[in-house]
Design a protein around this ligand. Structure first.
Ligand code: PGA
Length: 220
C-alpha cells in the first residue's frame, strides 16, 4: 500500500523542510504503508539529506523527469541526475498534460527513461482509456474532475476502473487512486480490493491531516 504526497509547486524548500520536521520524527518503521513525498526539484537534495540524517521511513519521488539523457537540454532534469536522490517519479499528471502539452508518446519516453535508470514510474491515467506505457508497474487513476476540487470519485467506481486497468496489462500492476483524497475518505479508498494506495495533493500539505491519513492507513 502506498501513501504518496504530491506537493506540486506549493512549497518552498523551507516549507518542505518544515513539513518534514513535523512528520519525520513521528513515523515508525511499523507503518503499513510506503510513504512517499514528492517535492519540487529544488528541494529534493535537501530533503534527501534530512531523511537520511533523521533515518525517516520516507521515500522520495520527483514530479517529472526529462525524456532525454543528461546533456544540452535547457531547463530539464535527467533521470541520471535525479537517480541518486529519488526512488520514484510521477509521470503524466493531468496538470502536465493540460499545462505543458505532454502527450501519451512523451509520457511513454519518460517512463522508459525512468525504468532504464532504476526509478519506479507512477504513471497518472485519467480514465481506463488512457494508454499505459509498457514498462509501467504502478499507475494512479486520477479523474480530472476530482483533482483539487474537493469532489472525489466514488471508491466503488475507482475500484471498477482499477479492475479494468489491471486487465489491460500482462503481469502484476498496482493501481493507486488520486483526486481529492483526505482524512475523511481515505479509508474507503484504501479498503477497495483493487486499490493499492493513494496519491494525495492538497490534503497532504497539512501536516495534521497527513498524520490523520497515516493513522487511518495503519488501522486498516
Ligand atoms: P488533490 O491532488 O489531492 O489535491 O486532488 C491530487 C493530485 O493531483 O495528484
Amino acid at each position: 500500500m502506498w501513501l504518496i504526497a504530491n506537493f506540486k509547486d506549493n512549497f518552498s524548500t523551507t516549507e518542505v523542510l518544515d513539513w518534514l520536521g513535523k512528520i519525520g520524527p513521528k513515523l515508525s518503521f511499523e507503518n503499513k504503508v510506503k510513504i512517499v513525498i514528492c517535492p519540487d526539484f529544488l528541494s529534493i537534495e535537501e530533503i534527501k539529506k534530512e531523511i537520511m540524517v533523521g533515518r525517516y521511513p520516507i521515500l522520495i519521488g520527483a514530479q517529472d523527469l526529462s525524456p532525454f539523457s543528461a546533456g544540452s537540454f535547457t531547463g530539464e532534469e535527467s533521470a541520471e541526475h535525479l537517480k541518486q536522490f529519488i526512488d520514484l517519479v510521477i509521470l503524466g499528471h493531468s496538470e502536465r498534460r493540460a499545462n505543458f502539452g505532454e502527450t501519451d508518446q512523451l509520457i511513454r519516453e519518460k517512463t522508459k527513461r525512468a525504468v532504464d535508470l532504476g526509478i519506479t514510474p507512477v504513471v497518472c491515467v485519467q480514465s481506463n482509456e488512457t494508454p499505459i506505457p509498457l514498462e509501467c508497474k504502478v499507475v494512479a487513476y486520477e479523474p480530472i474532475f476530482a483533482i483539487g476540487t474537493g469532489v472525489a470519485d466514488t471508491p466503488q467506481n475507482a475500484n471498477e476502473v482499477a479492475i479494468s486497468l489491471k486487465k489491460q496489462v500482462e503481469g502484476v500492476m498496482e493501481v493507486l487512486y488520486g483526486g481529492s483524497v483526505n482524512a475523511e475518505n481515505i479509508k474507503a479508498f484504501m479498503e477497495q480490493e483493487n486499490i493499492d494506495g493513494v496519491l494525495v495533493g492538497k490534503a497532504a500539505l497539512n501536516t495534521e491531516e497527513f498524520l490523520k491519513m497515516l493513522e487511518v492507513c495503519n488501522e486498516l
